[in-house]
Design a binder for this molecule. Structure first.
Ligand code: PGA
Length: 243
């Protein structure tokens, strides 16, 4: 099965660094049959499109309205016209730093589909929730919130990103990832979605050194990489780990 290797740059890499990244990446990477995606800051989408080659480009967030008086926001429609083809929705930093709710996440999914873009919906539990035995309940709530919006999606992905593993150097074990992905897959199927074939990505401190183990774990269809996607050479090494 081809894997999905996605990089989330967060608030890093303006247009100049974007061009430099792709020069390094293309020198080292061979995406082969795998799907490779980069989510740069929206201001770098044009530069990314110019240099991306076969790499797909997405944005990290959108507002649910197509246009209007929402200073500082951007819409799914304008993301599409700038060349993005995917959108990250509900990343844990959006949920925890910017207070995004499950209801807003669902509205954003609708907006992304209206603009014919592919949503990548992020879900995951905090350490407190995990320790409190609430893993399944949190995933059920977060996935449950988007099932109806996703019911008419031609294509979508889910990214399981345990909050305690993001940017911390703490990685979920391949078994942790498989367990959570299995729960998500079951819930998608119960909601009438194509649970078996939906790509489910793992994210949280994925590095060149642990990518191979994670990518070979059952039910892990790809990875969503933060910090290690900023270096063209490191990200190329993660792509290589999928082969
Ligand atoms: P990280 O981030 O790889 O730096 O932990 C992952 C993410 O937030 O998508």
């Amino acid at each position: 099965m081809p894997k999905v290797i996605a990089g989330n740059w967060k608030m890093h890499h303006g247009p100049a660094e974007t061009s430099a990244f792709f020069a390094d990446f293309h020198e080292a990477a061979d995406p082969g049959r795998h799907r490779v995606v980069i989510f740069p800051p929206a201001l770098s989408v044009s530069a990314a499109k110019e240099h991306a080659g076969s790499v797909e480009i997405g944005v990290q967030n959108v507002h649910w309205e197509p246009s209007g008086a929402y200073t500082g926001e951007l819409s799914a429609e304008m993301s599409a016209s700038s060349g993005a083809s995917l959108v990250l929705i509900g990343h844990s930093e959006r949920r925890h730093i910017f207070g995004e709710t499950d209801e807003e996440v669902a509205r954003k999914v609708e907006a992304v589909l209206r603009a014919d873009l592919e949503p990548v919906v992020c879900v995951g539990e905090t350490l407190e929730q995990r320790r409190g035995g609430a893993l399944a309940a949190v995933l059920e709530r977060q996935v449950g919130a988007v099932v109806s919006a996703l019911s008419h999606a031609p294509a979508f992905m889910i990214a399981y990103e345990p909050v305690w593993a993001i940017g911390t150097g703490e990685t979920a074990t391949p078994q942790d990832a498989s367990q959570a992905h299995g729960l998500i897959r079951r819930q998608l199927a119960e909601g009438g979605l194509a649970g078996a074939t939906t790509p489910i990505l793992y994210g949280g401190s994925v590095k060149p050194g642990n990518a191979k183990d994670l990518l070979s774990a059952p039910d892990v269809d790809g990875v969503l990489v933060g910090g290690a996607s900023l270096s063209g050479a490191d990200f190329a090494a993660i792509v290589h780990a999928a082969s």
